[in-house]
Design a protein around this ligand. Sequence first.
Ligand code: 5RP
Length: 231
Amino acid sequence: MMSTSNFLIENINKAITRKEEKEKVARKILEKVKDGDVISAGSGSTSWIAIHLIAQKMKQKGLTIQMIPTSYEIKLLCDCLEIPTTTLGAHKPTWGFDGADEVSSENWLIKGRGGAFFREKINMTNSPITYILIDSSKKVEEFGKANKVPVECSIENLDYITKELEKLGGQEIELRKAISKDGPVITENGNVILDVKFEKITKELEKEIKMITGVIESGLFIDYPVEILSE
Ligand code: 5RP
């Protein structure tokens, strides 16, 4: 992977689990990268690795690429690696890539460990195709067993929202807490995140959660235009 000498990026660069496997799958994205592309860049450690590799290819081949980042962290990384960024207001992505926490046999996704799923979903709905880069731990038989579903909510309506989530079968609802700061995680959109266990995830559940007043978005991605890339 390309090394950076930027203090901020080096200090953000957390320990990456299954790094070798993630690097192998991230390399697969390189063949998609063409001169002039506008690429939606997902968040998480696999995307982080992929962005380093794309930056390397851009330098080696003299490619002109723009990225539309899905989080503040990824915007910082692009700046550090001198990858020009743009917005959905100015450009639509030619294609995109992202990671996932869980992938079902129908290619439904649970995303949002990194808390960036609202923006990730917005970018995904604007990309004709998003390549989902996963290591072998992410493809599951029982969808929703290993991960709770994150739900970004307005802090103003949490009592109502939690009751409505329970009516949909939500259990073990937890307010996501910040690490190294007191209080809840506040998303880049100024909201909080509830992590919710669902024993059964149906095709309708994403829309049903979205209907609750005060819910901004969930980390359920059901039937989006994705292609899964794994080892
Ligand atoms: C962030 C995400 C990530 O894409 C997801 O958590 C996978 O991360 P990683 O590549 O680190 O395993 O949804 O909101």
